[in-house]
Design a protein around this ligand. Structure first.
Ligand code: ASP
Length: 588
């Protein structure tokens, strides 16, 4: 800890910070009984506070009722102990403990609170059922792993603030009770009591407000902002999450990217997460989809996808021919020299089917030819062109997917990750950072075009061909995770109207939803751009946790509930009446 606690009746030092330098002096510490051992006559207590653990030794001759009390202590009782700091005999030194070469010989001991037996052990890192952990989150947070995660989270947020403050950014708060924002997810709604029948929406992000702040002339804004999206949850999603939200005026892509590289490299350094020094490479969306089958490629291992449409065109293999005839693509991975049984290979079909593909074709390079059910249909020349296109050598396993380009890309992208995991291709340590740029601006929907990012993202290209337009958006990708994303925004009503037109948003609708932003644009909006980072994800990846729940103090389960508080919960009929709301569902 940075400074000693103020001396009071409970303590005058942090348990985990004591060192041999203080041997021979008196100390008073306070905390929880982490572990207690009775060693024939002597009682050893590991006392834990936030700083760490120190060993207390209670002798039967200790003053007053200290020994009797020590016999009665159990895990998680809260105590204060005073005594002398003593160097341990060499054979008793515990190298796994920061304070392992000392102990406190207790002279007086006080129990400040007893504890029931905790529902799961807190003194070891045994796996515990997550629902149980969440139900008793205050206990779970006492465990070392959770404490470390919370400390890392604080370190990350502090580093963000420090770098942004040093660059003249202002931290400004924006409303939680507001109107629908444009991120495109489902809103959480809050009924208004004062204006019955009307509802607030919780912000999906501070997007509109941060743009307004630029229009107000604040130039550089940030906020550690809570965002709310009512989506179906996955391991890396929560209904409410925390975002580092940033916006700047009079900027282009390079301006935002450069500041953010300073912020994020400081964040990674503060948490001991080793990444290459910036500037970080930029990759276009099209290139990423082609080579990695994903717009958040994990490039810690090579295994790149290759388009072999030209090499196999014109064969007797009907599947490939009909896909190619319909504008599709044949793409493949060279998985390297691998042993896989036929049933294991067939098992890969399931991976591609999850991504809308049909099946995987496979082949092994043997004696310069291909041992594969499809080899005879392809013919020698095409096999040779395929083998050379994939830079394959003897024994290599080749995997093929034929489908419309997007499906082939995503299916092979998933296959690539599966092979990376299965064959242990992802190296320990060493992280990969890149910017994803040149996203498409629009994507086809059932009845026209939709915006790939929120509709305030600035476009590149001609509105005459929306499908070919790119956006001025950028995402930061680390080890296959999208940690953040943002864009240069539209700052003139003319361009904004054209975007709304392409996505079929009528003037009335746009006015009703975002009228205040469109109005602001009429009064001189500076060129602007920004970005947002999912702090939960940033911390999770730095802490090496699979789930963002492990880096949030009080998260919700996959069904959106909080086992600790029991939220969400039914409310009284009277409360609903006051809000002018009637439920059509009986509470379960
Ligand atoms: N508002 C966007 C988001 O939350 C980020 C941005 O464009 O700054 O995803």
């Amino acid at each position: 800890m940075k400074e000693a606690p103020r001396a009071n009746v409970f303590r005058d030092a942090w348990a985990g910070d004591l060192t041999v330098a203080r041997c021979g002096t008196e100390v008073r510490v306070a905390g929880w009984v982490h572990r207690r051992r009775d060693h024939g006559g002597l009682i050893f207590i590991d006392l834990r506070d936030r700083s760490g653990i120190v060993q207390l030794v209670v002798h039967p001759q200790a003053s007053g009722d200290a020994f009797a009390l020590a016999e009665d202590l159990r895990s998680e009782h809260v105590v204060s102990a005073a005594g002398e700091i003593v160097k341990r005999a060499p054979e008793n030194v515990n190298p796994n403990l920061a304070t392992g070469d000392i102990e406190i010989h207790v002279r007086s001991l006080t129990r400040l609170a007893a504890s029931e037996t905790p529902p799961f052990p807190l003194d070891e890192d045994t796996p515990v059922d997550e629902t149980l952990r969440l139900q008793h989150r205050m206990l779970d947070l006492r465990r070392e792993g959770m404490r470390e995660a919370m400390e890392l989270r604080h370190t990350v947020i502090t580093a963000m603030r420090e770098v942004l403050n040093a660059h003249d950014f202002l931290e400004i708060e924006t409303p939680i009770l507001t109107r629908s924002t444009p991120e495109g997810a489902r809103d959480f709604l809050v009924p208004s009591r004062l204006q019955q029948g009307s509802w607030y929406a919780l912000p999906q992000s501070p997007q509109l407000f941060k743009e307004l702040l630029m229009m107000s002339g604040f130039e550089r804004y940030y906020q550690i902002a809570r965002c709310f999206r009512d989506e179906d949850l996955r391991a890396d999603r929560q209904p409410e999450f925390t975002q580092l939200d940033v916006e700047m005026s009079f900027v282009e892509e390079d301006d935002v990217i450069e500041v953010i590289e300073a912020v994020m490299s400081a964040v990674f350094a503060a948490g001991g997460f080793e990444v290459p020094a910036p500037p970080w490479p930029r990759m276009s969306f099209a290139d990423a989809m082609l080579r990695y089958g994903s717009d958040r490629p994990d490039r810690r291992f090579a295994l790149e996808i290759v388009d072999i449409s030209q090499a196999v065109r014109g064969s007797e293999f009907k599947v490939f021919e009909s896909v190619l005839g319909g504008g599709g693509a044949v793409r493949a991975l060279n998985a390297g020299a691998r042993e896989m049984s036929r049933s294991e290979l067939e098992g890969l079909n399931e991976v591609v089917q999850r991504h809308g593909g049909k099946a995987v074709a496979w082949g092994f390079v043997e004696n310069g030819a291909l041992r594969s059910p499809i080899a005879k249909f392809l013919g020698e020349d095409r096999v040779a062109a395929t083998v050379s296109g994939l830079q394959a050598s003897e024994g290599d396993l080749l995997l093929f997917v034929a489908d419309e380009p997007r499906v082939a890309a995503e299916a092979l992208g998933a296959l690539r990750l599966e092979l990376g995991r299965r064959f242990g291709l992802i190296p320990e340590g060493g992280h990969d950072v890149l910017w994803m740029v040149d996203f498409p601006m629009f994507e086809p929907t059932d009845d026209g075009w939709g915006a790939v990012h929120h509709p305030f993202t600035a476009p590149k290209g001609s509105f005459a061909d929306p499908g070919a337009m790119l956006s001025r958006a950028y995402d930061l990708i680390v080890d296959g995770w999208e940690l953040g994303g943002g864009s240069i925004r539209i700052n003139t009503p003319e361009v904004q109207e054209q975007v709304f037109k392409v996505i079929g948003l009528s003037e009335e609708e746009a006015g009703a939803r975002f009228g205040f932003l469109l109005d602001a644009m009429k009064y001189g909006a500076p060129p602007l751009g920004g970005i947002a980072f999912g702090i939960d994800r940033v911390v999770a990846i730095m802490a090496g946790r699979d789930s963002i729940r492990d880096v949030i103090a009080f998260p919700k389960t996959a069904s959106g509930s909080d086992p600790l508080t029991g939220a969400p919960a039914p409310v009284d009929a009277a409360q609903l009446r006051e809000l002018g709301v009637r439920s059509i569902v009986d509470p379960a």
